[in-house]
Design a protein around this ligand. Structure first.
Ligand code: DLZ
Length: 197
C-alpha cells in the first residue's frame, strides 16, 4: 500500500524509453526542485541521459502547445528517416534496413512527455482560467497524439503548499517531491503504451 497522497509503487524498466520534459519558468525555484526529482527518478528507472529531452517555456499556459509540438517534431523526425530511406533505395534496401534495426533500441519518438508547471493562486481569476485551460489542454494533447502526457502541474493555493509538494518546504517536514511520482508515471505509461500499440 502507498503512503497517503502518493501512488502505490510499481517497478518498470525505462531503458527503452525516450522521455520529454517541458517545464514552465514561473516559480522557478520550485520548478527546478521538481525537475531534478523527475530527472533523478527517470535515471533510476533506467532511462538514459540522452533519452531525456528537456525544454522550457515561459509559463504553464504554454505547456500544452509545447508538448504538442515536441511530440509532433519527434514523430516527423522518425518518419523523415523512413522517407529518406524509401527515396534512396529499392524495396530490398528497405528490407535490409528493417532486419538490421535493433528491436530493443529506444525509438526517436517520445514514449511519454511530462509537463511541469507551478500555478499559485493570486488575487485575480488568472489562476482558475490558466489551471482549467492547461488541464484540458494537456488531456487533449495526449488523446490526440496517443502519447501519454503526465500532468506535472501543481495548482497550489499558497506558495507554502507548492514548496511542500516539491519537497523543499521550510521547517522539519520538507514535504514530498512530486516530480519523482511524475517520472514513475511517465515510465509506467511509456512502457504500457508501447505494449498496447
Ligand atoms: C500570468 C501568470 C500568472 C499570473 N501566474 C502564473 C503562475 O503562477 N504560474 C505559471 O506557470 N504561469 C503564470 N502566469 C503566466 C502564464 O502561464 C503565461 O505564461 C502567460 O499568460 C503568457 O501566455
Amino acid at each position: 500500500m502507498g503512503i497517503k497522497g502518493t501512488p502505490a509503487a510499481t517497478k518498470h524498466d525505462g531503458s527503452n524509453l525516450r522521455i520529454g520534459i517541458v517545464h514552465a519558468r514561473w516559480n522557478d525555484a520550485i520548478i527546478q526542485a521538481l525537475l531534478e526529482g523527475a530527472i533523478d527518478q527517470l535515471k533510476q528507472s533506467g532511462v538514459s541521459q540522452e533519452n531525456i529531452v528537456v525544454q522550457s517555456v515561459p509559463g504553464s499556459f504554454e505547456l500544452p502547445f509545447a508538448c504538442s509540438k515536441m511530440i509532433a517534431a519527434s514523430q516527423v523526425q522518425t518518419n523523415t528517416t523512413t522517407t529518406a530511406t524509401d527515396l534512396l533505395g529499392s524495396s530490398t534496401n528497405l528490407l535490409d534496413v528493417s532486419s538490421s534495426a535493433d528491436p530493443n533500441a529506444p525509438s526517436k519518438t517520445f514514449d511519454a512527455v511530462i509537463a511541469i508547471g507551478v500555478l499559485i493562486k493570486g488575487s485575480t481569476m488568472h489562476f482558475e482560467y490558466i489551471s482549467d485551460a492547461v488541464t484540458h489542454g494537456l488531456m487533449k494533447v495526449q488523446l490526440d497524439t496517443g502519447i501519454p502526457v503526465i500532468f506535472g502541474v501543481l495548482t497550489a493555493l499558497t506558495e507554502e503548499q507548492a514548496l511542500e509538494r516539491a519537497g523543499i518546504a521550510s521547517g522539519e517536514n520538507k514535504g514530498h517531491n512530486h516530480g519523482v511520482d511524475w517520472a514513475s508515471a511517465a515510465v509506467e505509461m511509456g512502457v504500457s503504451a508501447k505494449s498496447w500499440s
